[in-house]
Ligand binder design. Structure first.
Ligand code: PDD
Length: 281
């Protein structure tokens, strides 16, 4: 596998960043994960817009221009011969400098890393794609809208899910309301049949899959209520699913070991899975 690091394409095992890189020392950096389907970048514009925003919020400079980054990610995909389903990972940190919390002196070069790997083909069978989640406290900071590489609470949440035999953890804030999952957004069809997901704000990542799916709802005759729901409402929901660049639209049929309704994938989830499958084609 080939990685891009600051202007060079190298085998992953040989690609290196410096031991004083602020991404390594402080988690001082941002990232994006973009899905490639049959050579096409899914929602590329949305991902690069979000990257621009994350950089701005952390007062990080673009290491290369946006057009140059678009060329680099294509080159990484090509050099890895990834012609089918793949994931591209982009990380930008505040660069290498002697360890001091304050920003390094102006002109310090930011670090840009791009890697890519093959992922399984887009799932054909929505029933087989269904999975389970657990629930737990949201232990993150109050700027979860920035896609930073500071992912310790997310890592611990995801490991807790794995230890419990589940795929994800739905995280609950101090008011008992669900925010999102460790690496995906979460949606429900509530007990009244209303499709809901948490409104954008500092509490959740503005998912590109969330945004793309929102744009497909009108054609499906569905409306979305962007309102927070409680853990209780999650448990009583008619349907639950998650969205992300790696999960696409993924049905949730078990929560903390209990079935969601009768444990079958519901009709709205089925429709939205199909609509998103058409969107990535
Ligand atoms: N995770 N919420 C969180 C906390 C996430 O980390 C992600 C993405 C999402 C969904 O965003 P999007 O639809 O743009 O992928 C929501 C990526 C896939 C990751 O960290 O691997």
């Amino acid at each position: 596998r080939i990685a891009y690091v600051n202007g060079r394409y190298l085998p992953v095992a040989a690609a290196q960043v410096r031991v004083e890189d602020r991404g390594f020392l402080f988690g001082d950096g941002v990232y994006e994960v973009v899905q490639v389907y049959r050579g096409r970048f899914v929602d590329e514009e949305k991902h690069l817009n979000r990257l621009t925003r994350s950089l701005g919020e952390l007062r990080l400079a673009w290491p290369v221009g946006r057009r140059a980054l678009e060329a680099i990610i294509r080159e990484v995909v090509t050099r890895n011969r990834l012609h089918d389903n793949a994931l591209v990972y982009i990380q930008i940190t505040r660069g290498a400098a002697k360890r001091e919390h304050v920003f390094p002196k102006p002109g310090t070069r930011t670090t840009l890393v791009v890697t890519a790997r093959a992922i399984p083909a887009f799932p054909r069978d929505v029933d087989a794609w269904a999975t389970s989640i657990i629930t737990g406290p949201d232990q993150r900071w109050d700027r979860c809208d920035i896609k930073t590489v500071n992912l310790l609470p997310n890592v611990l949440a995801k490991q807790a899910a794995k230890d419990a035999g589940a795929f994800e953890m739905a995280m609950v804030d101090g008011q008992g309301m669900v925010t999102e999952c460790a690496s995906s957004n979460i949606w429900i069809v509530d007990e009244h049949g209303q499709l809901r997901t948490r409104a954008l704000g500092h509490e959740i990542l503005p998912g590109c899959t969330r945004a793309a799916l929102s744009e497909l709802l009108g054609a499906e005759g569905l409306t979305l209520s962007e309102t927070a729901f409680s853990l209780d409402e999650l448990r009583r929901a008619q349907e639950v699913f998650i969205t992300s660049a790696t999960s696409f639209v993924r049905p949730i049929t078990r929560i903390d070991g209990a079935s969601v309704q009768d444990g079958a994938v519901g009709p709205v989830t089925r429709r939205l899975f199909a609509a998103f499958a058409r969107h990535v084609q």
